[in-house]
Design a protein around this ligand. Structure first.
Ligand code: CDP
Length: 213
């Protein structure tokens, strides 16, 4: 079984995906990390994220240890990730890895949970469960600011909000696999919903599908 969780930044995808994977004993892939790793490598080499050919070379050359870089959550890397993610050739280079993970989850697990922007629409259009998580940009910027502060980083709310709006605009407006709900996705607005309620809702759907409903 494949569970696809898509949505904009800080909508709660990671928390939900992790809890579902633990509850169902499924493998979990945070696909944002892959784009972050490509963005980080491009920046580290002094290349421009706008250079699609250079970014695609880094994507084709991605190793598993690149997903463990310490700088993947830094703000410049977030922006670079969303810039490299807009190149069709970068997305194409990363597609096979994501599909392999979904089709044959590591550790022989019976299913996989993938979170990202285009899992239900492009990477796994046949996923049995598709969820699109969203929330107001203000709520998401609040959550991200809190997360940053908890990690001991500086977080100036207006700046976090601006950066989030920039990334939303780029992710939704790009021609290649733009951020949007799949036609058959369950859309959950988490602005007023706590993470337990989101988890219980999606777990119930997944369990119903698993039992052949
Ligand atoms: O953690 P956050 O939700 O802020 O971002 P992320 O999921 O780590 O993704 C970082 C960037 O990678 C996004 O802004 C997207 O531009 C890109 N991305 C994508 O294009 N497709 C995916 N499946 C996952 C991420």
């Amino acid at each position: 079984m494949i569970i696809a969780i898509d949505g904009p930044s800080a909508a709660g995808k990671g928390t939900l995906a992790r809890r579902l994977a633990a509850a169902l004993d499924f493998a979990f892939l945070d696909t944002g990390l892959i784009y972050r790793a490509v963005g980080a490598k491009v920046l580290a080499r002094g290349l421009a994220p706008a250079d699609g050919a250079a970014a695609a070379r880094e994507a084709a050359d991605l190793r598993s240890q690149d997903l463990e870089r310490a700088d993947l959550r830094a703000e410049p890397v977030s922006q670079a990730a969303s810039e490299v993610a807009a190149h069709r050739e970068v997305r194409a280079a990363l597609l096979a890895f994501q599909r392999r993970f979904a089709a044959a989850p590591p550790g022989g697990k019976a299913g996989a949970v993938l979170d990202g922007r285009d899992i239900g629409t492009v990477v796994c259009p046949d996923a049995e469960v598709k969820v699109f998580l969203t929330a107001s940009v203000e709520a998401r910027a609040e959550r991200r600011s809190k997360e940053l502060r908890e990690r001991g980083e500086e977080a100036i709310y207006p700046r976090v909000l601006q950066e989030m709006q920039d990334r939303d605009t780029r992710d939704s407006g790009r021609a290649a696999a733009p951020l949007k709900p799949a036609d058959d996705a369950i859309v959950l607005d988490t602005t007023e919903m706590d993470s337990d309620a989101v988890f219980e809702t999606v777990l119930a759907v997944a369990q119903a599908r698993l039992s052949g409903d």
